[in-house]
Design a protein around this ligand. Structure first.
Ligand code: MF3
Ligand code: CO
Length: 255
């Protein structure tokens, strides 16, 4: 993705606020439904209906033939897990990733949720990965550089003994799900600090953090990415607009 970064006009930001708010609302509803005994396919059905009833459509379904509204990645699954009839169990961690299209503009966000009571190590992984997202959103400032975001994620994950996934990255977002720039969760020596962040950029920042090593492999379904060593993985994502004054998180609900 060497293309130009597309700056959004204020009227486009208005639409992006709506699509991203809807994603956040849907994830909030899903969060309330997650507990032992629920299947991720039920969550997928709910999410698709919820979006369509509000005049939106799922962003992932049909994207490169991805078959579902949600990515539902359990335990060692990193991202792109297929919703299934398997019932969630106490102690699982579940990453839910979801996109929506409203009036031609995309929203995208993800959370990792505990299913009932989870281990102390799993708790810590969720907390640190959420903090990686908060820190990287805070680092997304006009006049800064893209690598400020990457460094915020990698620094915090590795300081806590975890590793960041290399093969999947965050991205610009707008009239397409994936626009320039790619947003790695690590800094590459020799890659430079990346483009300057400017008001009008809209970025999907998505730390993927593994409790073990950084390597992943993809299952026979051609989508589900799991950790190579079988350790747990967590994923949080916000879509963020760079404004003159700082970063505005579009996938947060106030109150
Ligand atoms: N949040 C992920 C991304 O933006 C999810 C993509 S899943 C896909 O890359 F099905 F759309 F590929
Ligand atoms: Co994304």
């Amino acid at each position: 993705m060497r293309d130009k970064i597309i700056l959004k006009a204020p009227w486009e930001l208005e639409i992006l606020r709506r699509s991203n708010r809807l994603v956040a609302e849907t994830l909030r509803e899903l969060t309330r439904m997650v507990r032992p005994g629920v299947s991720t396919l039920e969550l997928d059905r709910f999410a698709e209906t919820y979006l369509r009833e509000r005049g939106a459509r799922p962003a992932f379904k049909g994207y490169r033939d991805y078959p579902f509204t949600l990515c539902a990645s359990v335990n060692e699954a990193v991202v792109h897990g297929f919703p299934s009839t398997r019932l969630l169990r106490e102690g699982d961690i579940l990453s839910l990733d979801m996109g929506a299209v409203v009036d031609g503009y995309y929203g995208d966000a993800a959370v990792t949720l505990p299913v009932g009571r989870i281990s102390g190590e799993a708790e810590r992984l969720l907390r640190v990965t959420r903090e990686c997202l908060e820190r990287s959103v805070g680092a997304a400032q006009p006049g800064g550089r893209l690598a400020d975001i990457s460094q915020a994620v990698q620094g915090h994950a590795e300081a806590n003994g975890f590793s960041v996934v290399r093969v999947f990255v965050g991205h610009g977002i707008g009239k397409a799900l994936h626009e320039a720039p790619q947003i790695p969760n690590f800094v590459d020596a020799g890659q430079g600090r990346g483009p300057v962040l400017k008001a009008g950029m809209v970025l999907a920042i998505e730390p993927m953090v593994n409790a073990g090593g950084p390597d992943v492999r993809v299952l026979g379904d051609k989508w589900t990415a799991v950790t190579a060593d079988g350790a747990l993985s967590a994923h949080f994502e916000h879509t963020v607009a760079i404004t003159e004054h700082g970063s505005e998180v579009l996938t947060l609900l106030d109150g």
